[in-house]
Design a protein. Structure first.
Length: 459
């Protein structure tokens, strides 16, 4: 029995020794076209520290045993694992790892696969815009494209936007250095486009696009493609609507207490002139009258500036705009008076799309109604009507006919005067209106009574 055990152990040791014996494994690593892959990695799966790489001709060699598994890998290709076994020569052909390389990106006047793309491109897809109830395209891209800076000249309705990709300090930035924006290959103001008609947006950030777009390309190119119908698709109808309330992102914390403002104003006079100048400061008689009127709010308001001057013991009759305290004893918050707390915006969109084996079509209609954030004194309103129609047909195998029409109409109802009333220049001691119902500042009367400007801007 002991003799049989010794024989069994001898054969087991012999088998283990044979399997553990290493040998020189060599071969060539190529791509799917048979071209050698220099720098491809060959590694033992069980011993991650043991491996080698192929030379300029794709040739490699490595010490391995029959039980080893070798992993062959190269960046951009699908890795393979092969059992050595009795082989001493293993030639491997690696397949391209397609992955995301089959995705296409709009570049220039066409599309290109990501595997062939070397420029810096950011892409925005429709689903990224779908969850954003927005007013225009400029607002929809906020925060979606790294490096893209979009600013407006003001918060007024109809204010133009500026797109900058390479930062505000780019040489030539401004009117000549803004990004080139193309909608379906045509230079267009992006804010006239209905955001619901956008199919995709590609932002070309580097100078590689100069070959196509020339001197405008170094400042960046934005390529916008609009939606179209799909062939062999049943008619699809879509209706969407949203209601928004817009408000200023911040307000001015202006001092609205008249007495505190007068005290600070006098302190400013003392720090500047060393005395309270009667022409610029608030006299003691004003403070006494202010306190009396705050304790008796039913007292009639002073209507005539010259009467108030005589009441305060000053011998002037025509300095109503010269003295800051001349027209009243009030506590006016001018920022609240000149701005609305919120401004509603309504959006309604309808589209139909579809196609047959040879024809595709797309039609969209949009309506937007929004108010501005200027105060109720000077109500601003804009209505936007959009229409996008697209038709494509295959006449023959080699002839395709397409038609596209994009129409936008802005109907604006604005105050005739475009002047801006600066809240910081209006003292809280000044009432909004006099006893006759007139605004105590001529600029406010100009805005409120200067008439309306009704215009239609068609694109």
């Amino acid at each position: 029995m002991r003799k049989n055990c010794i024989i069994f152990l001898f054969f087991l040791f012999a088998i283990i020794s044979i399997n553990a014996q290493t040998k020189n494994v060599r071969g060539t690593i190529t791509d799917e076209s048979g071209n050698p892959l220099p720098g491809a990695a060959v590694q033992q799966v069980a011993a991650s520290h043991t491996g080698t790489i192929s030379d300029a001709n794709g040739f490699y060699q490595i010490e391995a045993s029959s039980s080893d598994i070798l992993r062959y890998s190269f960046v951009g290709y699908v890795s393979q694992e092969i059992l050595v076994g009795d082989q001493t020569e293993i030639n491997v052909s690696l397949q391209l790892d397609i992955g995301e390389l089959e995705e296409v990106v709009v570049v220039g006047y066409g599309i290109q696969k990501k595997e062939n793309l070397t420029g810096s491109v950011s892409q925005v897809l429709p689903e990224e815009l779908a969850d954003r109830p927005i007013v225009n395209l400029s607002e929809s891209l906020s925060g979606l494209v790294p490096g893209l800076q979009i600013s407006t000249s003001s918060g007024e309705i109809g204010a133009s936007s500026s797109w900058n990709i390479h930062g505000p300090n780019t040489i030539g930035s401004g009117s000549s250095g803004g990004a080139l924006i193309l909608v379906d290959g045509v230079e267009t103001d992006p804010d006239i486009i209905n955001p619901n008609d956008i199919e995709s947006i590609s932002v070309l950030k580097d100078a590689a696009s100069t070959a196509i777009y020339g001197s405008r390309a170094p400042y960046g190119v934005v390529l916008i493609t609009t939606k179209g119908g799909k062939k062999s698709a049943k008619p699809q109808f879509t209706f969407s609507t949203n209601l928004q309330w817009r408000t200023a992102i911040s307000d001015w914390d202006l001092l609205s207490n008249g007495r505190q403002y007068a005290e600070f104003f006098n302190d400013l006079n003392i720090n500047t002139f060393g005395i309270i100048d009667p022409a610029f400061g608030f006299p003691d008689t004003w403070f006494a009258e202010y306190d009396r009127r705050m304790d008796n709010p039913d007292l009639p308001r002073i209507e005539d500036g010259s009467y108030m001057l005589n009441f305060l013991g000053m011998n002037c009759t025509d300095a109503a705009d010269y003295y800051p305290w001349i027209q009243g004893f009030a506590n006016t918050d001018w920022f609240a008076e000149l701005h609305r707390s919120n401004a509603p915006t309504q959006n309604y969109d309808f589209n139909v799309s579809g196609g047959t084996d040879e024809v595709s079509y797309y039609l969209s209609l949009g309506y937007q109604n929004r108010d501005g954030l200027r105060s109720h004194l000077v109500r601003e309103n804009e209505k936007r009507y959009t229409m996008n129609a697209r038709f494509d047909a295959d006449i023959t195998k080699w002839l395709n006919v397409g038609f596209q029409s994009l129409f936008t109409n802005f109907a604006r109802d604005l105050p005739m005067s475009s002047g801006f009333v600066y809240p910081g220049n209006l003292h809280p001691t000044i009432p909004v209106k006099d006893p006759n119902g007139n605004y105590l500042r001529g600029s406010l009367n100009e805005l409120a009574d200067g008439g309306r400007s009704k215009e239609n801007v068609r694109n």
